[in-house]
Ligand binder design. Structure first.
Ligand code: NAD
Length: 492
């Protein structure tokens, strides 16, 4: 057992011994297994050691997944798969506090962590509803032919996730993959493997999912790369940075041309028009950039304000920032946590220090480490940011907002907002629906939120365009990612 202290008392967990393969935890098969010490980023103290998987474990997991696909899982009807997904949702719901604590122990405030696990439950329930409704299409009869399509599972799917929403991102991929009848090898991020490992434990204990259908391999680049390059894995769904995303695509092409989904980073624009409800917009902009301490793929990191509202808006936004309570994320008294680890902490501080020196912007608030222990960084706003500044062009992935120079016209701001290689999310605040609709049409992004931000829901497809990737998590569209479509023609 290991235990985590929270403001509501200690919480105990079973020790996860190595990867979860074929329905059980087992020591890694790697020639030289490595044990990664996970630190609590608030205290820099040891949380738990995790034995990481190696390429040998990927082979073992693929074999167990293939056996399940040929064996018991193949005979599961849509209704039975639906029931398994509902059982997973229930198991997660009944263990919501423990899963919340595991994620809060990685630097995310308890309240945000709890919200995330609730979303996980919703996601499994949503895709349970699809499991017994997978269907193809019928085509008009041509002479004496009848044609239709059927959906088939892709097979063994490698799911690779990033650290910022550990179980949410995993659920976004696991739930549709299982609904469609696939087998899974999940590789969580090396900084945050614990909630994914606990999901393995819950699935084994509380559901009828056949052994081998769901495997979890903790580890980093070596195991990720072994998944991407494996010839018997036919789908890779990846969430992470653009640099690694490009390696995933190259590996998929060189190994077996596996099907790929890429959910990558962003540099999302927020546009506030003078006619907007400014108090609401301040609150939304605050959440858009500072939720999860800016470690959010959708983070609205470039703010465009219409000329004339800057002074008032920034005064209110600064006051809102000064309300945050930075501190131990396992204590409910605090609502602003840390960077996930020292690497991210130093990376973000480096962006801030360079911005302070390069003269491309002015610091409005924040701009330094909070305290002298833990990876806390103050919510930071730079304003009057030049279009070419590093903090305006690169994904910081931390609590840093670039307030760009004010805009004077709709066409001008749309051109400036789209001047980025990325295209994940965007936000617009205005009471003028014609203007809002024009923005919806013109913004190059997979998501546009109007008078709100960051509202994701299982029934809505999520994913980017341009360098933010392709393919969709969530929504009925996610079913296309985990099925192949066979066309059938019968002479009648
Ligand atoms: P990362 O790219 O460093 O790592 C992501 C995952 O890839 C991790 O599990 C990592 O171990 C694995 N990995 C590393 N090298 C690999 C390789 N060669 N082959 C296969 N897998 C490999 O990203 P990160 O730092 O964990 O996450 C931050 C990034 O993720 C940001 O760019 C963020 O915008 C993006 N992100 C995107 C979305 C989205 O839905 N679009 C959601 C969350 C995060």
């Amino acid at each position: 057992m290991f235990s985590i202290k929270t403001s509501k008392g200690p919480v105990s967990f079973t020790r996860f011994v190595g990867p979860f393969i074929n329905g059980k935890f087992q020591p890694s098969l790697a020639a030289t297994p490595s044990r990664k010490p996970l630190l609590n980023p608030c205290t820099e103290e040891l949380l738990e050691n995790v034995e990481e998987a190696g390429p040998e474990d990927v082979d073992a997991a693929v074999k167990s997944a293939q056996a399940a696909l040929k064996g018991p899982w193949k005979s599961f009807t849509g209704r039975k798969r639906r029931n398994v997904l509902l059982d997973i949702a229930q198991a997660v719901e009944r263990n919501i506090w423990n899963l919340t604590v595991l994620e809060a122990a990685c630097g995310k405030p308890l309240e945000e962590a709890k919200f995330d696990i609730e979303e996980v439950v919703e996601c499994f329930r949503y895709f349970a509803g699809h499991a017994d409704k997978l269907h193809g299409q019928n085509f008009a009869t041509e002479d004496n032919h009848k044609s239709y399509t059927v959906r088939k599972p892709v097979g063994v799917c490698g799911l690779i996730t990033s650290f910022n929403y550990p179980l949410v991102l995993a659920a976004w991929k696991i739930a549709p993959a299982l609904a469609c009848g696939n087998a899974i090898i999940l590789k969580p991020a090396p900084q945050t493997p614990l909630s994914s490992l606990m999901l393995g434990e819950l699935i084994a204990k509380y559901t009828d999912l056949p052994h081998g259908v769901f495997n979890v391999l903790p580890g980093g680049e070596a195991v990720g790369s072994a998944i991407v390059n494996h010839k018997d894995i036919h789908k890779c769904s990846f969430t992470g940075s653009g640099g690694v995303g490009r390696k995933v695509m190259a590996g998929a092409a060189q190994s077996n041309l596996k099907k790929v989904t890429l959910e990558l980073g962003g540099k999302s624009p927020l546009i506030v028009f003078a006619d907007a409800d400014l108090d609401q917009a301040v609150e939304d902009v605050f959440g858009a950039i500072f939720s999860n301490m800016g470690q959010n793929c959708c983070a609205g990191s470039r703010l465009f304000l219409e000329k004339g509202i800057e002074t008032d808006f920034l005064k209110k936004l600064k006051a809102r920032v000064e309300e945050v309570k930075i501190g131990d994320t396992l204590d409910e008294a605090y609502n602003f946590g840390t960077m996930v680890d020292r690497v991210q902490f130093e990376r973000v501080l480096n962006f801030i220090e360079r911005a302070k020196k390069d003269g491309d912007s002015e610091l409005l608030v924040g701009g330094k480490r909070h305290g002298d222990k833990g990876y806390f960084i103050e919510p930071t706003i730079f304003h009057n940011v030049k279009e070419t500044a590093m903090i305006a062009t690169e994904e910081v992935f931390g609590p840093v907002l670039s307030v760009m120079k004010p805009f004077s016209s709709l066409e001008e701001v749309l051109e400036r907002a789209n001047a980025t290689p990325y295209g994940l999310a965007s936000g617009v605040w205005t009471k003028d629906l014609t203007k809002a609709e024009h923005c919806v049409q013109e913004l190059e992004a997979g998501v546009t939120w109007i008078n709100c931000y960051n509202l994701c829901s299982s029934h809505l497809p999520f994913g980017g365009v341009k360098a933010s990737g392709f393919g969709k998590d969530l929504g009925a569209e996610a079913l296309d990612e985990y099925t192949t479509i066979k066309a059938v023609t019968i002479r009648v």
